[in-house]
Write a protein that binds this ligand. Sequence first.
Ligand code: SF4
Length: 224
Amino acid sequence: MTGGAASEVTEVTEVIPAAEVSRQIGETIREAGPADASGAGGRPRPHRPRFTARSMYHVQRLVRPNGLYRRFAARLESVPLLRRLFTAAEEKVKADLFGCRMCGQCALPVTGYACPMSCPKQMRNGPCGGVGADGGCEVYPELRCVWLEAYDRAAGQGRAADLSRLQRPIDHRIWGQSSWVNYWQGRDEGLWTDALWADDALWTNADGALTLPDIQHDLVVIDR
Ligand code: SF4
């Protein structure tokens, strides 16, 4: 190859299996010490939602954006004190129910109402390669992986295909904002892709048990 950054010769020196990458990240988090049980403070820890997915899908229908909610959100945004009070109330309620960490761009409607930010690795597309054979989190083996929780909850309501959506990387500038206000104001549009598989039947085996696509992501290390 000749000149220019775009045509630099690179050489693959090592391929690290995804499971090894995941193990190393898990070890680093474990070494950092115990995490808080839930909520926006401290480090995340898998949280089991307090309400069934079924009940939350019902609530979801009631809070869909419409003109009324949009006007309400705009009013909240125009009065700083109101906005702060509303955001504090949201934080309190959602921390208790979902282990919400106030990322401000809520994924719950397509994760069976299990919060992906309560994953110790904060994986927005999961699970990672380190889930135990018993479904335990790699970092906190005594707790169930939030992504398995998400699959089970969504699949139980015929929504397993939601978990085939790709979640966009989050915008770290809006941590701490009210995700409800952002949702009603239409700022959440494009947070995730369409479902890659529309048919839940693709996700179940002959016994009706949930199966996941066998996708292996390896990290390729290149030497420049
Ligand atoms: S706003 Fe973010 S941190 Fe809170 S429940 Fe939704 S996804 Fe989780």
